[in-house]
Design a protein around this ligand. Structure first.
Ligand SMILES: *[C@@H]1O[C@H](CO)[C@@H](O)[C@H](O)[C@H]1NC(C)=O
Ligand SMILES: *[C@@H]1O[C@H](CO)[C@@H](O)[C@H](O)[C@H]1NC(C)=O
Length: 305
């Protein structure tokens, strides 16, 4: 069944780009749909709910764009420093993290800051909300991994990981999570909090995406994307995705295949099709040249289509 979705990418050039994609046919051609220039410095993070596209920037603001009305929806001014990470929980809450060490929880009805937690000494580097919505993980520039109880806003667990991690991510089922330190990913099991697998990438890791509970896509400071099976502890495939370094990854499932989306410094957003149970090199479904240096990416998928 064909669906309409939108590729949304942020750039160093302060602009957010939206490209509409119709998923019928062999070739998916992204069509320019909107640009949003609300920031006054590079965009660092982007995420989307059914209704809103939200961007964070070095300009210390979070900007909201209403995908239904196709208009700006104001800004969230609370952080003091670069916004480093943003993630929705469902459509009801947004979490933000910043250079100021704060983890904020926002209600998306009135865009009130419900909780503002001093999460780390130094910057919050990355955050991830558990699929249940009850827990969040953050990593910070204080060499800790912290687990937050989102029901009461309190710290549930602190782990000294001895180095600064810059990416943390739950698996889709929430049974495990990935913690990235430079060029290395450790996969932790939730139940035991122990490391079950370690993957080393040839370059510093810039982005990581669970394609399912086992397969992890990893992009580093080069033009290659590598897929690893964390259960079988082996690399499934690697392929050259761009001309320069890959900055961001996202993915979604369509029928029996997975679509991996990549964004690069070379200005391109590309969509790749792959079957997760086969060790095959992904095939290119479509691409677009934004002519901007892209920094972050998300796929907006309205559930009504
Ligand atoms: C923001 O951070 C700067 C530099 O760390 C500090 O001087 C200033 O007081 C902070 N402002 C607020 C409102 O916290
Ligand atoms: C992408 O677009 C830019 C600006 O229009 C252009 O300079 C560049 O050559 C394009 N890249 C490719 C590979 O076509």
């Amino acid at each position: 069944m064909a669906a309409v979705l939108e590729l949304v990418a942020g750039s160093y050039e302060q602009i957010t780009f939206g490209y509409r994609v119709k998923t019928d046919g062999k070739v998916w051609s992204p069509k320019a749909d909107f640009t949003h220039h609300a920031h006054t410095a590079a965009i660092t993070s982007v995420t989307a709910s059914e209704r809103f596209v939200v961007t964070g920037s070095k300009d210390e603001t979070i900007q909201l764009y209403d995908m239904k009305k196709r208009v700006e929806h104001g800004a969230l001014l609370h952080h003091n420093g670069t916004i480093t990470c943003l993630e929705f929980y469902g459509s009801s809450h947004l979490l933000s993290g910043g250079e100021d060490g704060l983890l904020c929880v926002w209600n998306t009805k009135k865009w009130q800051c419900l909780k503002s937690i001093k999460a780390h000494k130094g910057s919050v580097m990355s955050l991830s909300v558990h699929p249940s919505g009850k827990l969040a993980l953050t990593v910070g520039a204080d060499q800790t991994l912290r687990t937050w109880n989102l029901i009461n806003g309190r710290s549930a667990f602190v782990k000294n990981i001895k180095q600064n991690s810059h990416i943390v991510r739950w698996s889709p089922d929430g049974d495990s999570y990935a913690v990235v330190i430079n060029d290395k990913v450790d996969i932790y099991e939730l139940e035991t909090a122990s490391v079950t697998a370690t993957i080393t990438n040839p370059k510093r890791i810039s982005s990581l995406q669970f394609l399912n509970n086992a397969i992890l896509a990893i992009a580093g400071d080069d033009d290659i994307v590598r897929l690893h099976d964390t259960g079988k502890k082996k690399m499934v495939c690697e392929f050259k995705a761009h001309e320069t370094r890959v900055k961001a990854l996202d993915s979604f499932m369509m029928e029996d295949c997975c679509v991996l989306v990549t964004a690069s410094n070379d200005g391109f957003i590309k969509m790749w099709k792959l079957h997760l149970n086969q060790a095959e090199t992904p095939s290119l479904l479509g691409e677009v040249n934004t002519s901007a240096r892209l920094t972050c990416l998300t796929v907006w998928k309205p559930s009504s289509v």
